[in-house]
Design a protein around this ligand. Sequence first.
Ligand SMILES: Nc1ncnc2c1ncn2[C@@H]1O[C@H](COP(=O)(O)OP(=O)(O)OP(=O)(O)O)[C@@H](O)[C@H]1O
Length: 208
Amino acid sequence: MPVTLHEVTADYPGHRALHGISATLPAGAVTALTGPNGSGKSTLLNLLAGTLTPTTGTISYGRPCRPAYVVQRSAVPDALPLTVREAVTMGRWAERGPWRRLTRADRAVVDDCLTRLGIADLAHRQLGGLSGGQRQRTLIAQALAQRAPLLLLDEPTAALDAAAQRQITDTLTRIAAEDGTTVVHATHHPAEAAAADHTLTLAAGHLC
Ligand SMILES: Nc1ncnc2c1ncn2[C@@H]1O[C@H](COP(=O)(O)OP(=O)(O)OP(=O)(O)O)[C@@H](O)[C@H]1O
């Protein structure tokens, strides 16, 4: 499902954060958002996620869509009292509702996501006891469990070592290629931007 932005602007009180952004985010591909601190990457992700409304311009998804969004690491408390499996299972709530019994198909989706992110052996571990890389893979597995056609990630490898970064970058490439998912992630790492299929670079709220 490609996503198209047409002349999108976004404002915070007294401050324009994005100016007339037009771009297409292709399906089945990874798009990297790059640019210095404050250039508007998170703002653009929030617009795509629907948590922020454009002041002007349009975003077309092609069909009704509830994106999966992995927010910046710093926005998630470190010691959530959950196991890895419980955290990934929460990804099914969007479709199922939190109090409904999960079906066998839901449990198969959770198993598949644990396996694809290489964390099946951690399923019963508490989130609080994981390394940064393991925890981030859990949060990506949770988003993947939503089976959304659009996967958004805000600096998913910030504060991870090179090996963990590469593992996550490779996983995003596979998710896009195998599932046809539109993957968009913000990054400050040149190697990650280079590994993406497309790059959008922002500077002071403008597309370069
Ligand atoms: N909630 C907010 N209220 C007011 N201004 C904001 C808010 N969030 C972001 N901004 C401003 O909007 C601009 C774009 O910020 P944004 O967080 O989108 O940049 P970014 O490229 O994601 O930065 P970083 O690389 O530091 O995460 C900045 O000038 C920032 O100060």
